[in-house]
Design a protein around this ligand. Sequence first.
Ligand code: SF4
Length: 218
Amino acid sequence: MTLFDAISTPLPRRLREGLDRIAAAMRADEWGVAEEAGLTPTQLHALTFIAGRGDVGMRLRAVAEHLGVTQPTATDSIAALARKGLVVKLPDSEDKRAVAIRVTPAGCDVVRAIGLAMTSAERALETLTPPEQQTLLELVIKTIRALQQAKAIPPQRLCVTCRYFRPYAHEDAELPHHCALVDAAFGGRHLRLDCPEHDAAPPPVLEAAWRVFERRSA
Ligand code: SF4
């Protein structure tokens, strides 16, 4: 054991401390973007989440689960967004007794403007080389999946958990993966964290695909 092995805090703890610093910058970014749009960060998250589900709309419980907040908090945020004309509540197409929340055209305009806002975290990430960014994306995906497995976060719409994902189906180092939905090859840099077309893979398929991805990626 070296001197620094003896005096260093465990590596996962220092990584968490580093990620805390980055998260603090991201929270400050979010406050800035949300403030400019006249929203709170929770309203901003709810709006972008619902917009990502397109015309299908989302049930309130799903919004609350995704945001990691209570249903009353989600209800307040949705009510505020509705008052601003950014979302509407409509009967759910699958269950007439339920309500689906959908983004209005005005809400879509806000989401588009927010998406174009370059944050300080993005500018910092741009200083990494493209291979470093891809490696980081793969490591982030692995960490998100581990959190999902531990039920610390709700299921995410990741490529690596999708029934259409075929990891390392191609010999092409640039485009090794395959999306069976659109029947096209794609690269590690294209891996999605929130794909609207995501369809959860059944457990045995998911595990088999994950083993291949885990073995060969960063
Ligand atoms: S449908 Fe979306 S989540 Fe599924 S593999 Fe294709 S790009 Fe990835």
